[in-house]
Design a protein around this ligand. Structure first.
Ligand code: SAH
Length: 239
């Protein structure tokens, strides 16, 4: 997974404040490549002020004259627009857009394109995108502020990135069922050895303890640690 391959492209943004707010929105979501196509005013102190903390991202923003230049090396291009078109374009929800963008970014550059504040993307501009992404909104007023639209999409992209990381990097190998069952056998012995169990004890005692240990999703190392403690408590070499 490579967020470095995902760029945000603002087509003809007219308010420098929005450019700064977009930089901040991107940086909070770990995205750092901003392309500006014919910005009305950039660099601009208003943009820098609104970036609060993401000024470095603005300094590295790439300013170009045409969408062609902003998109040239990109394999996948997704255009963001609320509007349904006369010729409907294949439409994605923000999570679907994030999934496609993050997947493709493991191979090549991906662009997420946002239109000018007043007019949005033209049909022609949208039609050079593989897909349109639309943020679900009030049908009577579906047009978000540019930076807020960027925030929503970047949030989805980062969430998608994190969910891949969760499955790739963070998964631990849990103890096998055989190891776990043998651990429960030792636990049983421990309860007897320390006279915890009484004739009046609830039959649910062992299932309740199992529930606790199951919730902990023990791995082999943790089982060995607990077993060492049990052994010490009841001084029983068979544990
Ligand atoms: N008046 C314009 C709105 C432009 S808002 C219009 O009707 O299209 C600036 C940009 O923010 C849009 O071009 C689009 O890229 C993005 N945007 C705003 N609201 C959006 C939504 N609901 N779904 C997807 N993108 C949106």
């Amino acid at each position: 997974m490579n967020l470095n391959n995902i760029r945000i492209v603002l087509h003809q943004p007219s308010h420098p404040g929005n450019i700064g707010a977009v930089a901040r929105a991107m940086w909070t979501m770990n995205l750092s490549h901003l392309y500006l196509v014919q910005p009305k005013s950039f660099p601009d102190p208003i943009a820098t002020k609104r970036a609060t903390g993401a000024e470095a991202l603005l300094e590295h923003a790439v300013v170009v004259d045409t969408l062609d230049e902003a998109l040239a090396e990109c394999g996948l291009v997704i255009g963001s627009s609320a509007q349904t078109r006369h010729l409907p374009w294949p439409i994605l929800s923000p999570p679907e857009c994030a999934q496609k963008a993050v997947q493709q970014a493991s191979k090549q550059q991906v662009a997420l394109v946002f239109g000018p504040e007043r007019t949005g993307l033209s049909n022609e501009e949208l039609q050079r995108c593989h897909y349109q992404v639309a943020i679900p909104a009030n049908p009577a007023y579906s047009s978000l502020n540019l930076a807020m639209a960027v925030q929503v999409i970047c949030y989805e992209v980062y969430g998608e990135f994190l969910s891949h990381h969760a499955t790739e990097g963070v998964m631990r190998e849990l103890a096998s069922d055989a190891q776990l069952q043998s651990f429960y056998g030792h636990l049983d012995k421990l309860l007897d050895a320390v006279h915890f169990r009484r004739p009046s004890s609830s039959p649910d005692l062992i299932p309740k303890l199992k529930r606790i240990f199951n919730r902990a999703e023990l791995d082999e190392d943790e089982i060995n640690l607990l077993r060492g403690i049990f052994k010490k408590i009841c001084n029983d070499p068979s544990i």
